[in-house]
Design a protein around this ligand. Structure first.
Ligand code: F6P
Length: 545
């Protein structure tokens, strides 16, 4: 039975008709304990979901939906290594990478933990050797510039986490990321670094991704031109599941850090893909991040759904997406170091749940993954927040707030905190035309102006947001936050009956690009395109002559 035919779904649909007109501010006024009741806590994270358009009955029905969809069994299936990524016949075991309890996890009858632990030990040894100047460059200089070459999951996790943990970096280290095939990405970084002090980490699960291999070849040539071919073994390491291709590229297996098919690209930051993090921020901090993720895994696996943070997050997302018809949401961390978190979550969420075919091969008749966007507050208050406050539809927001900043300077953090708390309150309460008029009159406006302006100055309110208050964004808390969103995405995928772990949607564009490439660079012709694409190809060729 498809999810929208279940009893819980139908009950939610009829309950929606009642609640869509209920104001959150009235629910707050009616129940002084609303915030207390609708807040969950794990370690140093407080998840306040009281500013949502829900009441106790909504929650009851949403929790029933999770039960009816077999979420509990699917969680167990994932953690225990069942091949839930059925289109690729793979287990989904990013959780095994941070299985700090070291409980055996079996794939095809083999415990995967010894291999995982061996790679972690190899990472630790290598990261420490680089940091201590024991593994040095070809000319004997310390390697203090780390350049990760990768794209998608082989880039976004390291980019996001190294930035989030910038305060933990070794003082003499710098770290860069090359992902885009645009030559500018390579050129701008190669222009400012010193080959003698640079370690390139080529990160690619498949080691066939054209962007990464092209960038890696360019960097390899740059290094060989400067230091000669023998320097490669001291300046290049690879992270991949594909030993054959790594060796073909010219990196020997001693300099390769392995991971496995059961780790999806966008879930791979916990694997050796995190090597750049371990080098610049230290393996101890990388391990603390794994510890945090493990704590969230245990919470997710062991806590009843009514108190389960990722499950509640997922259900709220379903509530807005499928009943209110709101197909987007925003994540806004009020922490400059988390500036890349929304971009990271964009891949995690949209590559996982942007699917229109269900697990039975049928086209779904309800909407699945929403559009996720965001950016660091307070900056985004001055870009897209106008629409969030006064646009025609609401946009559910996740606000992430650290109570303590890594840089407590003067009043900066209090001002930042006041801003984010004000956003949640303003979105929820809004401002009536009457209130706007009173304010305008008080400000000395004429009656005529008040009449003219009051509607523009009013806010509908009743716009939902979640608040994640954390003590401080340390490695442990960061690990918890990332794992929390991973599990949210997973639960939504279960309810929508889709496979959250493949990404076939990115293939068609790649295939067509391979057709077009010879037309652009050579004389290949005769490939049939639509008139727009043909015209664009010929104009590009003329312009590049
Ligand atoms: O964008 C598609 C994708 O396959 C992602 O899932 C993945 O993270 C990225 O490409 C990079 O792939 P690879 O690590 O194999 O180079």
């Amino acid at each position: 039975m498809t999810v929208n035919k279940t009893r819980a779904w139908k009950k939610l649909a009829s309950h929606y008709k009642h609640i869509k007109n209920v104001e959150m501010k009235d629910m707050f006024d009616a129940d002084p304990k609303r915030a207390e009741k609708l807040t969950l806590n794990l370690d140093n994270i407080w998840f306040d979901y009281s500013k949502n358009r829900i009441n106790a009955h909504t929650l009851k029905l949403l929790l029933r939906l999770a039960e009816d969809c077999g979420v509990k069994d699917k969680i167990e299936a994932m953690f225990s290594g069942e091949k839930i990524n059925f289109t690729e016949n793979r287990a989904v075991l990013h959780t095994a990478l941070r299985n700090r309890g070291n409980i055996p996890v079996f794939v095809d009858g083999k415990n995967v933990m010894p291999e995982i632990n061996a790679v972690l030990a190899k990472m630790k040894k290598f990261a420490e050797a680089v940091r201590l100047g024991k593994f040095v460059g070809h000319t004997g200089k310390k390697l203090t510039t780390i350049v990760n070459i990768g794209i998608g999951g082989s880039d976004l996790g390291p980019v996001m986490v190294t930035e989030a943990l910038r305060k933990y970096w070794a003082k003499d280290m710098e770290c860069y990321f090359i992902s885009n095939i645009d030559g500018t990405a390579c050129a701008e970084i190669l222009n400012k670094i010193d080959p003698e002090k640079t370690l390139f980490i080529v990160s690619s699960k498949t080691f066939t991704t054209i962007e990464t291999l092209t960038n890696a070849k360019t960097c390899r040539k740059w290094l060989v031109d400067a230091l000669g071919e023998p320097a490669v073994s001291k300046h290049f390491v690879a992270i991949s599941t594909n030993k054959k291709e790594v060796e073909k590229f010219g990196i020997n297996s001693e300099n390769m850090f392995e991971f496995w098919d059961f780790v999806g690209g966008r879930y791979s930051v916990w694997s050796a893909i995190g090597l750049s993090i371990a080098i610049v921020a230290g393996m101890d901090n990388f391990e603390k991040m794994l510890d945090g993720a493990y704590a969230m895994d245990k919470h997710f696996r062991e806590t009843d759904f009514a108190h389960n943070i990722p499950v509640i997050m997922a259900l709220l997302g379903i509530w807005y997406n499928n009943f209110f018809g709101i197909k987007r949401y925003a994540v806004v961390p009020y922490d400059q170091y988390l500036q890349y978190f929304p971009a990271y979550l964009q891949q995690l969420d949209m590559e996982s749940n942007g699917k229109f075919v269900d697990v039975n091969g049928k086209v779904v008749s309800y909407s699945t993954g929403p559009v996720l966007f965001g950016g660091a507050g307070t900056n985004v208050q001055h870009s897209f927040f106008q629409l969030i406050h006064q646009g025609t539809d609401f946009v559910p927001c996740d606000f992430i707030i650290p109570a303590i900043s890594h840089n407590e300077i003067g009043e900066h953090h209090e001002i930042l905190l006041a801003n984010v708390l004000a956003q949640g309150e303003a979105l929820m309460r809004g401002k009536t035309e009457k209130e706007a008029a009173a304010e305008l009159l008080k400000a000395g406006k004429s009656k005529e102006d008040v009449k003219k302006l009051k509607r523009y100055k009013s806010f509908s309110g009743n716009r939902p947001s979640n608040t994640f208050l954390v003590k401080k964004v340390d490695p442990y808390t960061l690990g918890e936050l990332i794992a929390m969103y991973e599990h949210k995405v997973f639960v939504q995928g279960i309810i929508w009956h889709i496979n959250s772990y493949d990404q076939m949607g990115v293939e068609l564009g790649k295939q067509l690009a391979l057709n077009i490439l010879p037309e652009l660079s050579g004389n290949a012709t005769g490939i049939c395109h639509d008139s727009s694409t043909s015209q664009l190809i010929s104009t590009v060729k003329k312009l590049r002559k």
